[in-house]
Design a binder for this molecule. Sequence first.
Ligand code: FE
Ligand code: CA
Length: 532
Amino acid sequence: MSDPRRALATLDGQVIDRRRFLAFTGALAGAAAFAQLRGDLGYAAPPLKGYPFRLGVASGDPLPGGVSLWTRLAPEPLVNGGGMPPKDIAVQWQVATDEGFANVVRSGTVAAIPELAHSVHVDVRGLNPATGYFYRFVTANDASPVGRTRTAPAARAAVPGLRFAFASCQKWDDGFYTPYRHMAEEDLQLVIHLGDYIYEYGVGSGGVRGATVPTFLGKECFTLDRYRLQYGLYKTDPDLQEVHRLFPWAVTWDDHEVDNDYSGIYPEFDTTSNWFLKRRAAAYQAWFEHMPVPLSSKPGRDETRVYRRIAYGDIAEFNMLDTRQYRTDNPCGDGEQPPCDGGFDPSATMTGDTQEAWLLDNLERSNSRWNVIAQGVLMGQLKHDADGGRFWNDSWDGWPGQRQRVLQHIADAGVGNPVVITGDWHSTFVNDLKADYEDENAPVVATEFVGTSISSNGDCICYGPYYGPMIPFNPDIKFFDGDRRGYVLCTLDHDRWRTDLRMVPTVSTRDAPVSTFASFVVEDGTPGAVQV
Ligand code: FE
Ligand code: CA
């Protein structure tokens, strides 16, 4: 394959002159205007097989003066190549202060190239802080739906409040995205996704959604084409598309974007990595192609940079972690296992040393009221029996030495109001986090909220009966629910963090209602959540 990085680097810079562009755009006399643009840029504009914006639009990673925009041209998302010709296609992007695009403030043209599945990523800069904008994409004959987004407040600006939601684990064939349907109705400045955006498994027809899907989707994802088809399938969901269209997202990943319970370069139950690296590279590329992440998250030769910081003035900083790519292999084995000395080996790491140093440095230097660590897997300890004889080793319980080191550093540095938000478990936990779980009297260092799945596990009453009886062995777990689906709504001011667990009774229908199942607050200066 040709090197997509190089292609993008050359083509990104071709931003057209804004004044000339404005003269073109009246009210989407787009096609004519675009023909002229096309001539300027020398792109071919073959007729497409259908409407190219069937996977919607998205924005992400708000900055004080910018945001990243995403779309992908795919008139046939469930066909290899998305139904696109194997050619570069010019795509115009526009950012306006009004929904009718009378006042376009930033615009440009980029190439959607087949090497990147005709995905489009634009890092828009030069916007105002804490401001709402509208955006869209235009090809020769079509315009995308109009997206809405919002930039972050200026660095260190006084920000009285912030509301965001977080979600994870959306296995398409386990249920409708009913929680997203309700999330779209919330008043949010940000949506955070903590991983398992797709699952790598084959998908069949029928099931809860009663949908007919092509038989080739029955095969598990191993190749780039197959991972792309999986994103194509998932992103056809209208409720998921709508939440992307309405709010900027900040996404990280967990295991199922690649393969169940993998660790770094090692698949589950395996200590050889040759074939797995090829699979992982395909999965990482497909992830980039479908996420509203900045160009800095484009897969590079040595890594795909997913960990990053997103700040909202003086009220909150989000440290987006990558708890998969840099893992050492599970020191005490895969799955449910007894603890072992290797878990405290200083070389055993969930994040890699570079990311750990970056995180601790961010936390130490932050002056934000709330310091959020947004990451994949359960950080609090979960003993599976009374004497701690078994743990789930894919979560931080498999790397207890690094957990202790990180939490001790947070305590020693006096980090202000650390709150960990987590996905993965298809269950809700509210946890007190401690540096030393061996010491019953150890102080609470931070608060953890683990959000349940959007759809994974569907309506199965599976995890309550299995994990519920373990909770009494774990006094630091203040709340657990294993069987409800939903999302987590967080409302912050300078005195208080409030978490509302927004749950639906079923994901077997699209239109089930939502309600707040339980609410918790964390008071400024007092780690540990209290149910209200
Ligand atoms: Fe999951
Ligand atoms: Ca997971």
